[in-house]
Design a protein around this ligand. Structure first.
Ligand SMILES: *[C@@H]1O[C@H](CO)[C@@H](O)[C@H](O)[C@H]1NC(C)=O
Ligand SMILES: *[C@@H]1O[C@H](CO)[C@@H](O)[C@H](O)[C@H]1NC(C)=O
Ligand SMILES: *[C@@H]1O[C@H](CO)[C@@H](O)[C@H](O)[C@H]1NC(C)=O
Length: 591
């Protein structure tokens, strides 16, 4: 019925140089590897079954290594997580260059989402007590006062903690507002399973109080700027907005299911606002999703591919409103993102323009030399596997003008399928060292492992991509059929703005002035150039009154400028949570 479309499906799924295909044609099986042959069979309505032997053997050897790699990094009994409290996920045992022996809310939640999926689908029933440990560790961390605030004043946005469950007080890119959303998504998955298995009291009494804190935080703060998942850019982040949207939708369903209906109307409003805002990241002329609204980069970023796989809803079809993996926007974005890495890494040279390549976080990356990452390369494969799951269920592929460029990579025929999900997994197989251990990055020039060893998130990515490869799907989160409001409203942070006066006592020399800058738009996002000048009318008290968003945790510093030289106050940043209404006076002394 759709020969061309079926060929695309075949080309993506089945055919790569490492593929062996079998077709039952009445005379036994044929074993061939070329696309023309496969097309002939597909056009005559025969099933063609192919396997990619090198990937299959990679899956069988790497799966247990990845699972063990994840478990070794979870306290207190994980073999590489010595010193971590029970249920605490360490990011990596690496303690120098880089030091990752901390627990990040984002990484921990993504890792436990994968483990909870394994538990709730019956793939590994031994994980229950580990999951309970995780929930209780996260409940403890929620209450730890930290540089982002207390549990009620913004502290939930703190990105990372020490592995003994104390606050990390060093300088860092904070807040990161994806953490509470991802944690909620992981715990809601567990809660839904408990509900379905007759344990509603645990959900209502133990899980809901934890979830409500995170969901309230999301509903109240989504419209404030955030550091993104790479912890470098403070602006709005597509990944953060998308996972916040997902968490609220799931939170609404759970709240309804357990009778916590008082939160529903606010969550509903904010989820609609988030969905509306989410659309604004799409760059129609470039055909990709802009990862961050700030940061002076192209915006082509694995952030967007990770979004697609972490907000995959198998019941939402190829819905573009939520950027589902097989949506035209997500496919177009995938091509633009992958193409950005073709010419910049030596290991990608000589690879056909539609074949899978090693990819990194974003093309401008220079961290640890700016290399491909395992988890980003795996994310490309996982998006395609997710897309294939839906295409197979739908029996058709919808090519739109937006996704045309993506599909055109394969339509010229012969090298069909080399961009396939399967080849992308193969790439990682090729660059996995023989022990099977996965670090954070692998070298752009020769593929050797680099940066943090045994990165927990890399291992978790292996588990999720293999699950997708096997066609496994997990529960819907309610993405199907959502309507985008016709106008976008801003939402979080209470209603509107409050007046905040900053007074700082500072002795200056003639010609020297005091300025303020900080973590939000109204404080010029840490820009010394655009910092706001204070008045010296009551010298030595310098003063300025600003309208700032209400109920918002902010960080700021005063700076001095004299003859063009900028001097910052010493660390740590000053912090403040604005009141819900009225006004506030902050009295500081220069330090
Ligand atoms: C509900 O789940 C919790 C967490 O695993 C467990 O401790 C408790 O025994 C369960 N209760 C019932 C009735 O199954
Ligand atoms: C807040 O929401 C409005 C409306 O969608 C949007 O224009 C604005 O960029 C958002 N700001 C942040 C920081 O999220
Ligand atoms: C294909 O996509 C277009 C554009 O998004 C849409 O209008 C159309 O309804 C889709 N067709 C199918 C069969 O899904």
């Amino acid at each position: 019925m759709f020969p061309r479309l079926v060929l695309y499906l075949a080309s993506l799924h089945y055919l790569s140089p490492q593929t062996t295909c079998n077709a039952q044609d009445g005379f036994g099986y044929e074993h061939r590897t070329d696309a023309v042959w496969a097309q002939t069979y597909i056009n005559t309505g025969l099933d063609v079954v192919c396997s990619i032997s090198s990937v299959d053997s990679y899956v069988s050897t790497e799966s247990p290594i990845a699972k063990a790699g994840v478990l070794a990094n979870i306290g207190s009994s994980g073999s590489k997580s010595s010193g971590a409290k029970s249920g605490i996920v360490i990011a990596s045992p690496s303690t120098t260059n880089p030091d990752y022996l901390y627990t990040w809310t984002r990484d921990s939640s993504l890792v436990f989402k994968a483990l909870i999926d394994q538990y709730t689908t019956g793939a590994d029933t031994s994980l229950r007590s580990l999951i309970d440990d995780f929930v209780s560790a996260e409940a403890t961390l929620q209450q730890v006062s930290n540089p982002s605030g207390t549990v009620s004043s913004g502290g939930l946005g703190e990105p990372k903690f020490n592995i003994d469950e104390t606050a990390f007080t060093g300088a860092w890119g904070r807040p990161q507002r994806d953490g509470p959303a991802l944690r909620a998504t992981a715990i809601i998955t567990y809660a839904n399973w408990l509900l379905a298995n007759g344990n509603a009291s645990w959900v209502s009494n133990t899980l809901w109080p934890i979830l409500e804190l995170d969901l309230d935080y999301v509903a109240g703060n989504w419209n404030q700027s955030t550091f993104d998942l790479w912890e470098e850019v403070d602006s709005s982040s597509f990944f953060t907005t998308a996972v916040q949207h997902r968490a609220l939708r799931e939170g609404i369903d759970l709240a309804n299911a357990i009778g916590q209906t008082s939160v529903v109307s606010n969550y509903d409003t904010q989820a609609d606002n988030l969905l509306c805002f989410l659309q604004s990241y799409w760059n129609p002329s470039g055909g990709y999703v802009t990862a961050n609204t700030g940061g002076g980069r192209s915006g082509k970023d694995a952030n967007t591919v990770l979004t697609s796989i972490h907000t995959f809803d198998p019941e939402a079809g190829c819905d573009a409103v939520t950027f589902q993996p097989c949506s035209d926007k997500a496919l177009s974005n995938l091509k633009v993102y992958v193409d950005a890495f073709r010419s910049i890494y030596t290991i990608n040279s000589g690879i056909a323009s539609n074949a899978a390549v090693a990819t990194g976080r974003y093309p401008e990356d220079s961290y640890q030399g700016g290399n491909p990452w395992y988890l980003t390369t795996l994310a490309v494969a996982e998006q395609l596997y997710d897309a294939l799951i839906v295409w197979e269920a739908q029996g058709a592929i919808n090519v739109t003008s937006t996704s045309l460029a993506f599909f055109q990579q394969f339509s010229s025929g012969v090298a069909v399928g080399t961009y396939a999900s399967t080849t992308s997994t193969y790439k990682v197989a090729e660059y996995t060292p023989s022990g099977g251990g996965l670090a954070e990055q692998y070298s752009r020039s020769d593929g050797s492992p680099l940066s943090a060893v045994d990165l927990t998130w890399s291992y978790a990515s292996v588990l999720t991509v293999f699950a997708a490869r096997e066609g496994k799907t997990f529960a819907s989160w309610g993405a199907a059929g959502l309507q985008v409001p016709s106008t976008c409203s801003s939402g979080g942070g209470g209603s509107g703005t409050v007046s905040v006066t900053f007074n700082v006592q500072a002795t200056t020399v003639y010609g020297e002035n005091i300025y303020i800058t900080g973590s939000i738009d109204a404080l010029e996002n840490w820009s010394p150039d655009n910092a706001l000048i204070l008045s010296a009318a009551t010298y030595p008290i310098w003063s300025i009154t600003l309208n700032l968003p209400a109920s918002t945790s902010i960080q700021y510093k005063y700076i001095r400028k004299y003859n063009g030289v900028v001097t910052w106050e010493s660390d740590p940043n000053m912090a403040l949570t604005t009141p819900a209404s009225g006004s506030w006076i902050e009295n500081d002394v220069w330090r």
